[in-house]
Design a protein around this ligand. Structure first.
Ligand SMILES: Cc1cc2nc3c(=O)[nH]c(=O)nc-3n(C[C@H](O)[C@H](O)[C@H](O)COP(=O)(O)OP(=O)(O)OC[C@H]3O[C@@H](n4cnc5c(N)ncnc54)[C@H](O)[C@@H]3O)c2cc1C
Length: 380
């Protein structure tokens, strides 16, 4: 496909201005209030970011993976909670609709998600089913022409402002093949959003549990075939993992900048701490890891566009970038000394935010399993 590089160039320039002029200045307020400021949300909408990879035919930007990665390298410089609010609209829920939805199902949900009028929630995890998603217990039973959903989903991002729920529920027997996907309006009777639980970071992107009790939904809430739900959810994971790798690379570059600025400004022993080799080394190691993550994300994004991406490579990129981002956040906090530990500094906020990325969308341990499976497949 021939892409309009001028349009992408303009998009990246606009994203830089958005990050610098609106998103970074609003971070402290978002953290304090645990709510995305309206001006930031409006600007994100105006830039079309809710529909980052929803096709243009459905109102989105329709970016390729490489274009999305380039954009996330820039947007990753702002607090990752912004991304948790806008990018989920193009993430799991939309990807399932695009892969398996009928035209009426796509027409019902995708334009609202692309515009950001509806906020999507992806409802997979449960109290007893985290890494082992295939063991989930929420049920969907046939009920006349439709379905009856019962169960509890845990820690659903954006649940307090949900406009659309993509729910994985058990329609058949045990294991992955018994799970189906349902697109549900959260205003449906029998859906209860429980008060949000406090988190250590990512404030602004709220989470809550969702309880389904005798929740009756029409037949066309089922997306794709019965028993295909988990397969559909997992099929979108490569994309999410590359998206997060690019986000982490951008975040690391921001952290290195924060550390560099502080190291130049802070004087001890009569000179800037940047002149202390031990401090400079903390930032040099961090810059090297940021660069490695950037290269990985872009290279693998191109591979995905070309259809040559291996799942183990997407998992490796997510594993490396999220673990490296944790190391970089720790080093940059160290460069800030006591100021980094006190609430209010960007180093402290981002240190709390970044911790979640090693847990979400498959923990680091699960990524290692996928990488190892790639290494040994066919050989053991
Ligand atoms: C802030 C936040 C937002 C979230 N948002 C969403 C959301 O929007 N939608 C959603 O569906 N879920 C969401 N989640 C849930 C998230 O996806 C899970 O937390 C994650 O999948 C891990 O599951 P768990 O927390 O139950 O940990 P567990 O699965 O209990 O794992 C605990 C530990 O054991 C390790 N472990 C487990 N199994 C293995 C194994 N086979 N081999 C090696 N190690 C293993 C894990 O790596 C981890 O270190 C969110 C979680 C948080 C904290």
């Amino acid at each position: 496909m021939i892409r309009d590089t001028a349009a992408q160039g303009a998009r990246l320039a606009a994203a830089r201005a958005l990050v610098q002029d609106i998103l970074i200045p609003a971070e402290a307020r978002m953290d304090a209030e645990d709510r995305m400021p309206e001006a930031a949300r409006a600007a994100i909408r105006a830039h079309g970011l809710f529909g980052i990879s929803i096709p243009e035919a459905h109102g989105g930007l329709g970016l390729t993976m490489e274009e999305e990665a380039e954009l996330m390298l820039i947007l990753g410089r702002a607090a990752p909670a912004y991304r948790a609010v806008f990018a989920l609209n193009s993430g799991g829920a939309a990807q399932i609709l695009l892969r398996a939805g009928t035209e009426p199902q796509k027409a019902r949900w995708l334009p609202g998600l692309a515009r950001g009028d509806l906020i999507a929630c992806f409802c997979l995890s449960e109290p007893e089913a985290g890494s082992d998603a295939a063991s989930l217990r929420t049920t969907a039973r046939r009920d006349g022409d439709g379905w009856r959903i019962d169960g509890r989903k845990r820690w659903v991002t954006n649940a307090p402002e949900a406009g659309m729920l993509m729910v994985m529920a058990r329609t058949g027997g045990e294991g992955a093949r018994g799970i189906s996907a349902f697109a549900i309006d959260p205003a449906t009777r029998g859906v209860r959003i429980q008060p949000a639980q406090a988190k250590m970071g990512m404030r602004g992107a709220q989470v809550a549990d969702i309880v389904f009790e005798d929740c009756r939904v029409p037949a066309d809430a089922l997306i794709g075939a019965e028993g295909e739900g988990l397969k559909l959810a997992l099929a979108g994971l490569d994309k999410v993992r590359l998206h997060l790798a690019a986000l982490c690379a951008g975040l690391m570059e921001r952290l290195v900048d924060e550390g560099r600025r502080h190291a130049l400004a802070r004087q001890q022993f009569g000179k800037p701490i940047a002149e202390q080799p031990a401090v400079a080394a903390l930032l040099a190691d961090s810059a090297a890891e940021a660069l490695a993550a950037r290269c990985m994300a872009l290279e693998l994004a191109r591979a995905r566009d070309a259809g040559t991406l291996r799942p183990a490579d997407a998992a490796a990129a997510k594993l490396f970038a999220t673990e490296a981002a944790g190391r970089v956040a720790d080093r940059v906090l160290q460069v800030h000394g006591g100021e980094g530990y006190m609430t209010g500094s960007a180093a402290e906020r981002l240190y709390r935010d970044v911790r979640l990325l090693r847990i979400l969308d498959g923990t680091s341990e699960i990524q290692r399993l996928v990488v190892a499976r790639g290494l040994f497949s066919g050989t053991v």
